[in-house]
Write a protein that binds this ligand. Structure first.
Ligand SMILES: Nc1ncnc2c1ncn2[C@@H]1O[C@H](COP(=O)(O)O)[C@@H](O)[C@H]1OP(=O)(O)O
Ligand SMILES: [Mg+2]
Ligand SMILES: [Mg+2]
Ligand SMILES: [Mg+2]
Length: 328
């Protein structure tokens, strides 16, 4: 069971980490990022946000481990000295009492292996790093998993318009979902803007869908064939990160398709846990492309699932059927 102090610490930590990310956005020169072993990018903000969140959680729940994306070994050693100094300096601007060694320690708290029993946090300090580097959408995604089930999620979308239809009216949305209690939207000061609900579309031809910008992360051609089968005529909305789950949860779009680009890719739990709970608590449905529930109980990845389909609910079965029928 989530305690009141854990809930508040998690929300405050995601808002603080989002500030760090927004601070770094204006300083994204070449020295602010590197390529990881898997060739994906990581920036000083990814490391800094993980340090800020896991440091805050360590204070409130020191015995609860975390599954985080980043690893401080990517920051250690002489070759990483410049990057490391920049990470520490961005963290200290917001949490002055942290030192180089406590920053690295906090990042290293994310090395838990997950699993079916007990409680653990899962954190993607920046989901959609490629979007962040392009000055597009990204998210800070934190969730609590208890005995294999996602029970609480905070999804920070620092650059997402508060009102999708009115992007000039302010940005920065923080979604908070709790199992059995719904999903609400907060502003960047943590003030509640009320509960959100998925849209009420029941006719798939009236649905809109969203998908990744990156063609390496989802099969755009397959999604286009699904849209054709469903009779959807509007263009897809391409957006980086778990902001796509926010879009479904608050009814900006009805369908999010994440269709596997290659066999063998295992989706990571931190890429979905918070977003999935936001959608289901807002009344929607999330499965993999076969219609099976996502299984967060088997380690750091969703290795028994393939791809993701998130919808408003009523049209879910029709979308799963179309995804299967359009498979190449
Ligand atoms: N082949 C792949 N299929 C699906 N997702 C991927 C693939 N490769 C990387 N990702 C992940 O997609 C997420 C971003 O999704 P989106 O494009 O929808 O914003 C990132 O967390 C990224 O992980 P990573 O952090 O390893 O780069
Ligand atoms: Mg991610
Ligand atoms: Mg990430
Ligand atoms: Mg990454």
């Amino acid at each position: 069971m989530l305690t009141d102090s854990e809930r508040q610490a998690a929300i405050d930590a995601v808002i603080l980490a989002s500030k760090l990310c927004q601070n770094v956005r204006s300083k994204l020169d070449q020295g602010a990022s590197k390529e990881k072993e898997d060739r994906s990018p990581v920036t000083i903000a990814d490391f800094g946000a993980q340090a800020v969140v896991l440091n805050a959680l360590a204070k409130v729940s020191p015995d609860v481990p975390a599954v985080g994306e980043e690893d401080a070994s990517d920051l250690r050693g002489d070759a990483n000295a410049a990057l490391r100094e920049r990470v520490v300096s961005e963290v200290q601007a917001l949490v002055p009492e942290l030192t180089e060694s406590t920053v690295l320690e906090a990042i290293d708290r994310g090395n838990h292996s997950g699993g079916a029993s007990g409680r653990f946090w899962t954190l993607d300090p920046i989901d959609g790093t490629k979007g962040f580097l392009r000055n597009d959408q990204y998210a800070v995604a934190l969730a609590l998993i208890e005995d294999g089930e996602v029970t609480f999620g905070v999804l920070g979308c620092p650059h997402l318009p508060i009102d999708w239809k009115n992007p000039d009216a302010g940005r920065g949305c923080f979604m908070v979902a709790e199992k059995g209690k719904g999903c609400k939207q907060l502003d960047s000061e943590g003030k509640s803007l009320g509960k959100v609900q998925v849209d009420q579309v029941t006719d798939p031809t009236k649905a809109s869908f969203c998908e990744s910008v990156e063609s390496g992360h989802t099969k755009h051609g397959w999604a286009a064939a699904v849209a054709e089968k469903l009779g959807i005529t509007t263009e897809s909305v391409r957006m980086d990160s778990q902001c796509k789950y926010t879009a479904i949860a608050r009814g900006d779009a009805s369908i999010y398709l994440r269709l596997p680009t290659r066999p063998g890719y295992e989706e990571k739990i931190w890429d979905h846990a918070a977003g999935v709970l936001c959608v289901t608590e807002a009344g929607g449905n999330v499965t993999d492309i076969t219609g099976a529930a996502l299984d967060f109980s088997i380690g750091r990845t969703l290795k028994d699932n393939r791809g993701v389909i998130a919808t408003n609910g009523p049209i879910h079965d029709a979308v799963v059927t179309a995804v299967q029928a359009a498979q190449e």
